[in-house]
Ligand binder design. Structure first.
Ligand code: F0G
Length: 356
């Protein structure tokens, strides 16, 4: 019988800073689907090979679980009593779930009114102390950095190196499934931890002889929150993709480094472009991701229109979080249900011209 999958510390422990003494706090994160696009030719040139790495299939519905299994396992190893993070929602959802399992107190700081409902519900139901601040993510991040400098609380934002270590395993999985690195890897950029993590993962896999080539990293920020593209912090970042509504990313330098070393690109996409990609992924690919996730595909569509890619290029887009986290965005941007009487004739009238 095949060994059941036991999470990414078990799977990729050789590449991670763990020892036999590390208590493994896992929800069997990782091992997420790599899906070949079914209708890519409708949006990008047809001689490209497009894949989606659907990170919404992680236990709390986002890629954050990869970093959190490691950050919380290491916090447990150090006998930490409490962890803290600033978050646009997904980090707080993941931190609260893994902390609950590890019996560690969890405190999350979120920007008031700008976090998707599902993410807020997750932090609350897992029993975290949820603090809504009258400021944005950047303000919250500064506050948690200041508090951990003074008090014995472990920071579990991606400034915590264990977060990046865990998240790099997504690059391993892509290579294991494709049998090689893709030519391009596209992902949304917010606090810039994930692009940093993927690049580290690809480089380590190459050093270990698992792959021969490295991908070019493509990062996409929302146009209203694009500090790296603009070259300066954005004081009041705005985008409907609230997960990446960040004006001063913590991993700014390492993201630029990933871009430059890989000879890739960090660009911006408008909310309209993100929305178009979000709708396409749902209606044509059958995958429900959250708005921020769609920035990866929006960027690939933009670059394809500029003839950036070459025939036969393999492109992987990371879809970072599940669409169910943010039902409001889905409903707000779609048609309302059609109301009909509970009668066959009403049903037939509604179906006329559609399928009967
Ligand atoms: N996509 C989603 C769904 C996210 O939640 C985030 C970040 C990103 C992309 C960007 O990743 O920050 O590594 O560049 N969310 C963080 C949070 C900021 O608090 O949940 P990044």
């Amino acid at each position: 019988m095949m060994e059941p999958y036991k999470g990414l510390i078990n799977q990729y422990g050789n590449f991670l800073p763990v020892t036999k003494q590390t208590p493994v706090i896992t929800l069997n994160e990782g091992n997420t689907p790599l899906l070949k696009a079914s209708h890519a030719h409708e949006i990008i040139r047809e001689d490209l090979s497009l894949y989606f790495k659907f990170e919404g299939a992680n236990p709390t519905g986002s890629f954050k679980d990869r970093g959190m299994t490691l950050a919380i396992s290491k916090a447990a190893e150090e006998k930490a009593k409490a962890v803290i993070c600033a978050s646009t929602g997904n980090t707080s959802a993941s931190a609260s779930a893994y902390s609950a399992r590890a019996d560690i107190s969890c405190i999350v700081l979120i920007p008031e009114g700008k976090i998707a409902m599902g993410k807020l519900a997750q932090a609350i139901i897992h029993g975290a102390m949820v603090l809504q601040i009258d400021g944005n993510f950047d303000d919250a991040l500064k506050m948690v950095k200041d508090v951990v400098a003074k008090h014995p609380i472990v920071l579990v934002n991606s400034l915590n190196p264990f977060r990046i270590e865990g998240q790099k395993t997504a690059a391993f999985e892509v290579c294991d499934r494709l049998g090689a690195a893709p030519v391009y890897h596209a992902l949304p950029v917010g606090n810039a931890g994930n692009i940093t993590a993927y690049w580290k993962g690809y480089k380590e896999y190459q050093a270990a002889g698992k792959i021969n080539s490295l991908p070019k990293m493509l990062g996409f920020q929302a146009a209203g929150a694009a500090p790296i593209v603009l070259g300066h912090p954005v004081a009041k970042p705005e985008t409907f993709a609230t997960a990446i509504r960040i004006g001063n990313p913590a991993s700014w330098k390492s993201a630029v480094n990933a871009r430059d070393e890989s000879e890739g690109k960090i660009d911006s996409v408008t909310d309209d472009e993100i929305l178009e990609a979000y709708k396409f992924i749902a209606t044509r690919e059958g995958i429900f991701c959250e708005p921020a996730s769609a920035a990866s595909l929006a960027g690939v569509i933009k670059l394809s229109k500029q003839n950036y890619f070459k025939k036969g290029d393999t492109i992987v887009c990371t879809l970072t979080g599940h669409g169910l986290k943010d039902p409001d965005s889905a409903l707000r941007t779609s048609k309302e249900p059609i109301k009909i009487k509970a009668e066959l004739s009403a049903l037939e009238a509604a179906l006329k011209g559609c399928c009967i």
